[in-house]
Design a protein. Structure first.
Length: 264
């Protein structure tokens, strides 16, 4: 995943709002958003054959997501564990975000470079093995791509600004989710003078600067919007994309005794 916009305790209606794009090669086998049977009742998409995920949630109000850290073109890192295990391990546990963040940093050399966001009803944390750092998120709007939390890349700066506007206008209705997806669908490329230097060269840096990426064999595979209320009821919607078009939509809603998975 290459862009996550997060509102933590920034809304009178929602405790947590997340709007995220996951960028990946198109041929990677991936299951859509669904309710897992094991290792816990996780609601998430799932990569095969690693059985990991990039973003997930549970009915207990737990949230986890990960991005890679971009440092040059992809190459073998010698890591022994998939980054997709990072969200799963937290969601299946009863650890606090703080305790789990510390545990991840202690084992950080087992993974290629990562960012991870971990939340429960009480707190929300970011950790990165590249920075060897973990810290709580302050109340408000945050953004993360393939660098540290709130690093001012153009897609993060502009994404956060648009995200805050949409949250302020969100009336809690199901139709209001469309405005979040509009933010995530933005194809605009950043001015070259504003680009970071992550070691992939000017051409790729420019093409990867859009919130919604299209780059031949690689691009935005899914967009996800999560809105979680203080009582842990929530709605999570996923839209999936192939090489040329949208290929599916799934929404899961949990509120009181209601648990509903819909193919839209």
């Amino acid at each position: 995943m290459c862009l996550m916009l997060v509102a933590w305790r920034a809304s009178s209606t929602y405790r947590l709002v997340v709007a995220a794009n996951r960028d990946e090669v198109y041929w990677r086998p991936t299951e859509p958003l669904h309710v897992w049977d094991e290792p816990a009742r996780i609601i998430a998409g799932r990569d095969k054959p690693s059985h990991g995920t990039w973003l997930g949630v549970t009915g207990r109000g737990r949230f986890a997501a990960t991005t890679n850290v971009r440092r040059g073109l992809p190459k073998s890192s010698g890591a022994v564990r998939s980054r997709g295990n990072l969200p799963v391990d937290f969601l299946a546990s009863s650890d606090t975000p703080e305790a789990h963040s510390s545990r991840l940093l202690a084992d950080g050399d087992q993974y290629a470079g990562f960012n991870v966001l971990l939340g429960d009803p009480e707190s929300f944390w970011w950790a990165s093995n590249i920075r060897n750092n973990a810290s709580p998120l302050s109340d408000g709007i945050h953004g993360i791509s393939n660098a540290a939390l709130d690093t001012p890349w153009p897609k993060v700066i502009e994404g956060k600004r648009a995200f805050e506007t949409v949250i302020d206008a969100d009336d809690g209705g199901s139709e209001s989710v469309e405005a979040y997806f509009d933010i995530l669908r933005n194809h605009d490329l950043a001015p070259r003078k504003m680009l970071p230097n992550t070691g992939v060269g000017g051409f790729l840096e420019h093409r990867l600067s859009a919130r919604f990426v299209r780059l031949g064999f690689y691009g935005t595979r899914s967009s996800t919007v999560l809105r979680m209320r203080p009582d842990n009821s929530f709605e999570i919607t996923e839209r999936r994309f192939g090489l040329f078009r949208e290929i599916g939509r799934t929404r899961y809603t949990e509120s009181g005794t209601r648990r509903q998975l819909e193919q839209l």
